[in-house]
Write a protein that binds this ligand. Structure first.
Ligand SMILES: [Zn+2]
Length: 301
């Protein structure tokens, strides 16, 4: 067994952290998960790192990959000061990992970029030059994977905060603390809950909530398609599990594009163009593994 290939993976979300170790992406997907609620950085980091230190004692970990909520400041490998999660401002992944696991390399990216990378390597975006991954859950995020690398540019994309035209009759102010009625403010899980007064997934599939939700998500995808020209768009996250929502989005994207991009992907093959994640709900933690395994390889060069 190649012990040097053992990698720890952390999918660090706003409500929970999912931790796993393994020597392959399948082991990460199928193996034991250690799940910790995201509370204070001190409490959460102690529980997470205690678990990895125990795993490291069994089989040394070459690297830890972290797929973190953001925004992320890559200059310091920290959670950026602009994060809406106040207690986590400036919390350094690098410092927390290296303090407890001195020999482990660290690979860090946003949870969305990591999930997109996992989908490109092993999921629904394999062999695509340009792929988009959009997650719709508590928040909304989007990644653009070009030739196998998540786009970073200035920082990293923040597609959840794009502006989409407010739909007629929708008076809801929006939930985004920074922008109010950006896409995330209008269409994330929290927005659905607050606008309609219940937890979204409890609504039946024919509830008006999902008609409006599909309007906003389709507009967002039209923006992504017109800017980035992806060859596939993967839609993950808890909200996308609502029955029929993905189909509504497909139909609205096709109608809104109105044949202007004359490709079958935006016509008869829309069902193969806007798709669910190939890795199911495992994209995030498998993405963390992808970041960790790459960091381990870079370290050995
Ligand atoms: Zn926003």
């Amino acid at each position: 067994m190649n012990h040097e290939g053992h990698v720890g993976a952390i999918e660090a979300g706003g409500t929970k952290m999912v931790c796993a170790v393994g020597a392959s992406w399948q082991e990460i997907r199928d193996g034991e998960k250690f799940v910790v609620p995201t509370t204070s950085p001190e409490e959460t980091m102690a529980l997470v790192m205690d678990w990895f230190v125990e795993r490291d004692a069994e089989t040394p970990l070459a690297a830890i990959g972290v797929a973190s909520f953001g925004p992320i400041d890559f200059a310091t490998d920290s959670i950026a000061m602009s994060t809406p999660k106040d207690a986590w401002r400036g919390v350094s992944w690098r410092r927390h990992v290296s303090r407890r696991l001195r020999d482990a390399a660290i690979g860090l990216d946003t949870d969305t970029n990591a999930a997109g990378l996992a989908e490109w390597r092993w999921g629904a975006a394999q062999d695509r030059q340009v792929a988009a991954y959009v997650t719709v859950g508590t928040g909304i995020g989007g990644a653009l994977i070009i030739n196998g690398a998540p786009v970073h540019g200035l920082l990293h994309p923040e597609m959840g905060h794009m502006v989409v035209p407010r739909q007629r009759g929708d008076e809801f102010a929006g939930t985004c603390p920074a922008h109010g009625d950006c896409l995330e403010g209008l269409a994330c899980g929290l927005a659905v809950t607050r606008r309609w007064g219940h937890s979204g997934p409890q609504f039946p599939p024919d509830h008006a909530a999902w008609e409006l939700e599909s309007d906003y998500l389709a507009l967002a995808l039209v923006n992504i398609i017109t800017i980035a020209s992806p060859e596939v768009i993967i839609m993950g996250g808890g909200i996308m599990a609502v029955e029929g929502l993905l189909d509504r989005v497909r139909t609205k994207v096709r109608d809104r594009m109105a044949g202007y991009v004359a490709k079958e992907e935006l016509a008869s093959r829309i069902g193969e163009y806007i798709v669910a994640p190939g890795l199911g709900s495992s994209s995030g933690v498998v993405g963390a593994y992808a970041l960790g395994s790459r960091a381990a390889l870079d370290e050995r060069k």
